[in-house]
Design a protein around this ligand. Structure first.
Ligand SMILES: C[S@@+](CC[C@H](N)C(=O)[O-])C[C@H]1O[C@@H](n2cnc3c(N)ncnc32)[C@H](O)[C@@H]1O
Length: 249
């Protein structure tokens, strides 16, 4: 079942319309004030039913059930609206990638970095690119481990980039770039690493095939290229599983 954000918006909207189309006339006719607490709970219950009937993933069902009741709780706390603006701006500065390309921030773990280090050790000095480099959780430890290799991290979320920039201070073999990964030419690199989401993988694979030099290596953490068999899959010892899908160009 399709679970795109627009579908979730439609489900929640349908629950709001359904409940309010009964509640408003009823409380209007009886000349009573609409009880927002009960109404928000009813919307949550109806949204949960809709999400269950349309077989949405379990986390979406929880979000649907809790969304309106939480809005009611939040508004009853009477928080100064400026804090919502501040929170929104902070989220935008960190999660810009989720908004524009459905790629949020989550970090590679140390086990993944160890597996990548083993791959790089086999290849010898490399020019390594992390597409969507986050705060440098991959680039920084690898750069320390391989002083003879050169590492580039490309990140487009401003706050995330800034934190990563701080970690790169004093590491001359890292080039930390604030840039859209789609604008980066890949032919300068012989190993490209990406930990993104399923959404950009088809487009990214086209870019890799068009730009990476023959004999280069593309490694995707967790998300395989659809319809293309990897030359190697490395099972990293971690939970949840985060296989590394390797493709030779
Ligand atoms: C899942 S995180 C991976 C972070 C890091 N590579 C790691 O393994 O720890 C994906 C990152 O890609 C960034 N991102 C998403 N779209 C991007 C784009 N078009 N250009 C540059 N970075 C992007 C996000 O902001 C996020 O920080």
């Amino acid at each position: 079942m399709n679970s795109t954000p627009s579908r979730q918006l439609a489900l929640q909207g349908a629950a709001v319309i359904l409940v309010l189309s009964f509640a408003w006339p009823y409380f209007g006719l009886t000349a009573e004030t609409l009880p927002w607490q009960q109404t928000s709970l009813a919307i949550g219950a109806v949204a949960l039913i809709f999400a269950t009937l349309t077989r949405q993933p379990w986390w979406w069902r929880i979000i649907h059930a809790g969304f309106m009741p939480l809005i009611w709780v939040t508004q009853s706390l009477a928080i100064d609206p400026i804090w919502f603006l501040v929170a929104f701006i902070l989220l935008l500065l960190v999660y810009r990638g989720a908004l524009s390309g459905q790629v949020p921030l989550y970090l590679s773990n140390p086990q993944t970095v160890t597996a990548l280090a083993e791959l790089l050790a086999e290849r010898g000095p490399s020019r390594f690119l992390d597409l969507g480099a986050g705060v440098g959780s991959t680039t920084v430890p690898l750069a320390d481990h391989f002083p003879d290799s050169h590492f580039t991290g490309v990140e487009n979320a401003p706050l995330t980039w800034l934190v990563g920039r701080y970690f790169c201070i004093g590491r001359p073999n890292i080039h930390w770039r604030w840039e859209d990964m789609w604008q980066v030419k890949l032919n300068d690199f012989d190993v490209v690493y990406a930990f993104l989401s399923p959404v950009p993988m088809p487009r990214l694979w086209e870019k890799i095939q068009a730009e990476m030099k023959p004999g280069s290596l593309f490694i995707s953490n967790s998300f395989p290229v659809p319809g293309t068999a990897p030359c190697q899959v490395i099972e990293v010892d971690c939970t949840p599983p985060r296989p590394l899908y390797c493709y030779k160009t």
